[in-house]
Design a protein around this ligand. Sequence first.
Ligand SMILES: [Zn+2]
Length: 351
Amino acid sequence: MNFDGHEQIDAMDFACRFFKARGGVVEDQGLTRDILLPEAAAQTLGMDEFFRVGPEAVAAEDRSKVHAVQLHTPLLDRMLTLAGESAPFARAELKFDYIKTQGFDRLIEDRFQFHKSKIRVIKTGEARTRYLVLTCRYTAQSDEIKQGLVEICVNLDTGVVIPDMAQGLSHLQKDFSVKKARGLNEKEIESIRTVVSRYGQDLVQERLASFVESMNRRFQRDTASLDAYYQALEKEMRQNLSRSGLSQDLVREREEKIAMIPAELAAKKKDLLNKYGIRIDFKPAAAMYLTSACVRVFVRLISGRNNADFTMIYNPVTKDMDPVACQSCGAGTYDIGLCPNLNINCLNCLG
Ligand SMILES: [Zn+2]
């Protein structure tokens, strides 16, 4: 099984959060990280209190000192098992040296598309918001199995998925809270479930591109050979049929068999489709609850004589506006318009 660099970074990021969630200290050493764990946490993990982790390639060079963090390595498998028992729920406050204070009208114009409407910034204000970073282990099952980790970032106040936020987070200063974090409430859990089922597939699409391609190729190859096989079979049966000396009953019996070939071929093709169809399953492995400063931008969407006021959020991690939640379907979007009953809607809901 091959892993690209991106997945290694994900695994490493997950591992470091796992250590921190268990009270560990993580020190960045370039490609590797030094980990200092409390005694109890080290024991459940079967590690010393102090150790070094790194990507497989580095670990291979220096196997005695660096523990590999990569899928299907013993260390990460142990962590994922432990994480599954009680999903590590880290809590952190994001720290910023600087947050943009102006120029939001320009940013909004660049970022959003307004359907038959225009936007006006009314005012801005410093505010706080909450994000949840959910690390999921995905399993794509077809004729083969492919697994990996994927991160989904959700703004808990608006329920929208924030694209590309995970990358920005790894380099950001975070104050981890060691206090036991409060769990999520029912409504938040439900909204996360919706988000995972709605966007999970899209998020892993890129990672699975070569997997999907390879399954499609095999499907086409097997379909072509099935076609060839049944064509040859039919031809042979017809040739046999034209041979003299067959009784009428035998001819009829064989003609019936020939007539059944298309149905048989269709059934075999359906089997192939099942064999190479891809089912994707997500299991949450860890969650990080982030509180962060943000900028609330109060805007007015104007469409003809109608208008509606709402707020947008500037996200200092992505240095971009968060998508806006459609007031009809809840999906995050950068394409908005005003519906006749004055809701801010995505293009799908505008119809
Ligand atoms: Zn919508």
